[in-house]
Design a protein around this ligand. Structure first.
Ligand SMILES: [Zn+2]
Ligand SMILES: [Zn+2]
Length: 172
């Protein structure tokens, strides 16, 4: 286990033709989400945990493995925060073997890999009913009893469906 706290750098001399693993974690501060380290949509960011292996092949350095981070995201429907682990199970980088550099720096690649996995519309659960459009109550917590206006498009479709189905045994 190799721990690097503020970024992900592999000493070049540790990379050989034989696969070698580099596991550890680094601060989510590398995501650069601002001084607050969190924002309106995500908070309680855990460390970025990586399990990688690296080797050299044909003058290139291959780094592959998986990268993950747990955090609490704001549900885009009900506004509550919920825990979610974003993962990149197929992290893979191909780099030119550095001539003189002491380290291979993967900090920016980890950052990008995690940020790309942030959900665009996080939902706490698939069936989250969200906020009531009428009274604003969080229907995930308390059903408010408002009557939801019937959506005419769907009622029309229901009508059509019923008409078509019309299981009339006499016509078969
Ligand atoms: Zn929700
Ligand atoms: Zn309501």
């Amino acid at each position: 286990m190799r721990k690097v706290n503020n970024g992900m750098r592999i000493p070049t001399r540790d990379i050989g033709f034989k696969k070698r693993s580099f596991s550890g974690e680094t601060s989510s501060a590398i995501l650069g989400l601002g001084d607050r380290g969190e924002d309106r949509h995500v908070r309680d960011l855990g460390p970025i945990v990586y399990r990688l292996s690296a080797y050299e092949a044909a003058g290139q350095i291959v780094v592959e493995g998986d990268v993950r981070m747990s955090a609490r995201f704001r549900c885009s429907r009900c506004d509550r925060f919920f825990s979610l682990t974003v993962t990149d199970p197929e992290f893979c980088m191909l780099l030119e073997a550095p001539e003189n550099d002491e380290f291979v720096d993967l900090t920016a690649d980890l950052r990008e890999s995690i940020l790309l996995r942030f959900p665009a519309y996080p939902v706490c659960r698939e069936a989250c009913p969200g906020l009531c459009p009428q009274c604003g109550a969080n229907r995930a917590e308390t059903p408010c009893g408002c009557r939801q206006p019937a959506d005419d498009r769907w009622s029309a479709l229901d009508g059509l469906g019923a008409g078509r189905r019309g299981d009339d045994p006499g016509q078969v």
